[in-house]
Write a protein that binds this ligand. Structure first.
Ligand code: RIB
Ligand code: CA
Length: 331
């Protein structure tokens, strides 16, 4: 194995059905080592997010530190979680749950990120797939964080694809736009995996059924049940998704980018987030480097990020399937 593998990852998440898919992809992939799971509000309350992270790890027989993070946006007022998308419990309204004895790491998510980054400088990739309040708070605790982390890969935002909570805003950015703008301007190697690519990856429920049949296990069965619920929401919004009874695989694409960046076409540019007004939550990409705009906010101090603009969805689908069909769960 290469000396740079496996990728050491902190997973910042609001599980959430596609967050669960992403976590299980990461646990199943041989080149990814999940060092910790930091949770945030978003698809559910932060308490439920932490409960779900512990639950998903227990189902998969894995002991990974889980922390509870920010409960609300940094500046704007919080909103009710979208129970109609992920279920009131975030995992498609599971009818029953096994008992879990593992408990939370007592640190806040932000403190955990800072402690881990200080302990292993330059080693850790932060994969963030929820609103970005934990990263924003971690930056305030440790301004050197952009030099202590290896990179940030985040699922959120959109450039050309219409938004999913407003005509221009994607949910994770909408949920905490001030935190997101701080994250995009912090100066770490950052890749945005947004709706421009995640709306290309449609995963049919039959894939999850096949995974659950291939390896009969509580973890694969729970994922299948959760995705079946989640698919009903996407089927009600998108005809082509309804046609295959499927869903978008948003969060999993952040991990696929980590292990297979060659499957993506990217563009470099400065990114800012509209924090107020009608465009709140919009991720604005400055695509022409040569233009010196007269408006404030686009000077050279704004770092350059990488944005995923296109993806080989069928290769991603195959990689997802092949990874989840590995022998990754305890008997
Ligand atoms: O817009 C998609 C994102 O919002 C994903 O992270 C998903 O989990 C939802 O919360
Ligand atoms: Ca998420």
């Amino acid at each position: 194995m290469s000396p740079t593998l496996p990728h050491k990852v902190i997973f910042d998440t609001d599980p959430g059905v596609d967050d669960a898919m992403a976590l299980y992809f990461a646990l199943a992939h041989p080149d990814i080592e999940v060092l910790g799971i930091t949770t945030t509000f978003g698809n559910v309350t932060v308490q439920q997010a932490a409960t779900n992270a512990l639950y998903l790890c227990a189902l998969a027989g894995r002991q990974i530190p889980v922390t509870q993070g920010v409960a609300r946006p940094w500046v704007k007022a919080g909103e009710a979680p979208p129970a109609y998308i992920h279920g009131a419990d975030g995992l498609g309204n599971l009818l029953q749950r096994i008992a879990v004895t593992d408990t939370l790491d007592p640190r806040s998510s932000a403190q955990f990120i800072v402690d881990m980054a200080r302990a292993q400088p330059g080693q850790i990739t932060l994969v963030a797939v929820g609103p970005l309040g934990n990263l924003s708070l971690a930056l305030r605790l440790e301004p050197e964080l952009p030099r202590l982390l290896k990179q940030v890969i985040l699922m959120g935002g959109t450039v050309l694809e219409p938004g999913n909570v407003s005509p221009v805003a994607e949910a994770n950015i909408w949920n905490d736009p001030h935190a997101a703008d701080q994250v995009f301007t912090a100066g770490w190697p950052l890749t945005m995996v947004g709706l421009d690519v995640t709306h290309r990856l449609v995963l049919p429920v039959t894939m999850f059924q096949q995974i659950a049949t291939h390896q009969r296990h509580r973890a694969t069965d729970t994922l299948h049940t959760a995705v079946d619920f989640y698919a009903h929401f996407y089927g009600s919004r998108f005809e082509h998704v309804a046609a295959v009874h499927g869903c978008f695989g948003h969060d999993v694409l952040a991990f696929i980018y980590l292990v297979a960046p060659h499957l993506f076409q990217t563009q470099a540019g400065q990114i800012r987030v509209a924090t107020d007004g009608l465009a709140q939550g919009q991720t604005i990409l400055k695509r022409q480097a040569g233009i010196d705009y007269p408006q404030a906010g686009w000077d050279a101090a704004v770092p350059t990020s990488t944005v995923c603009m296109a993806v080989d969805a069928s290769e991603c689908s195959e990689l997802f399937m092949a990874t989840l069909l590995r022998d990754w769960l305890p008997a």
